[in-house]
Design a protein around this ligand. Structure first.
Ligand code: CMP
Length: 144
């Protein structure tokens, strides 16, 4: 199906100066960047974004890491965008990620794992992170 999904390039990959290399992977796979914003998340935003993990032992480390520097947030659009983006990223743990995936090539550890990709269609909450001035994401991204 034609989908729109939310992607975050995490502080480790922004610091490594590989935003462009990661964008090329999206584009070469037929995913279109239809909206993007660089921002430094607040603790509240990061806690809310990852609230599904709040009981997990790694929650505090995850939030601390996600607010340690700027992140690049983008909406990706395309055929089967959610699965395609997750294939491009590789396994959560870079040690287990297939060769040629973003995490295998750019990530160091399960915490500093370069990218996040949504498992579901972009939600209103996720879209808020993009913080558009003008019309909402629906103006840019089909089916959101
Ligand atoms: P992400 O896809 O952004 O979703 C939650 C993040 O928690 C995950 O990537 C990892 O960076 C981080 N994390 C740390 N430890 C674990 C773990 N044991 N299992 C899953 N995610 C973890």
């Amino acid at each position: 199906a034609f989908e729109c999904t939310l992607s975050i390039i995490k502080p480790d990959a922004v610091a490594k100066n590989v935003i462009g290399k990661i964008y090329s992977r999206f584009e070469d796979a037929g995913l279109k960047i239809v909206a993007a914003r660089m921002t430094h998340l607040s603790r509240e935003q990061a806690e809310q974004f990852y609230s599904v993990h709040k009981e997990r032992p790694f929650f505090k480390a995850l939030v601390d890491f996600m607010i340690s520097g700027p992140v690049m947030i983008q909406a990706l659009e395309g055929e089967d965008a959610i699965a395609k983006n997750r294939d491009l990223m590789g396994a959560t743990d870079p040690q287990k990620a297939d060769k040629g995936t973003i995490r295998a090539d750019f990530a160091e550890s399960i915490d500093a794992n370069a990218v996040h990709g949504q498992k579901k269609m972009a939600t209103a909450e996720a879209v808020n992170l993009l913080d558009f001035d003008g019309p909402g994401l629906s103006a840019y991204c089909a089916n959101s």
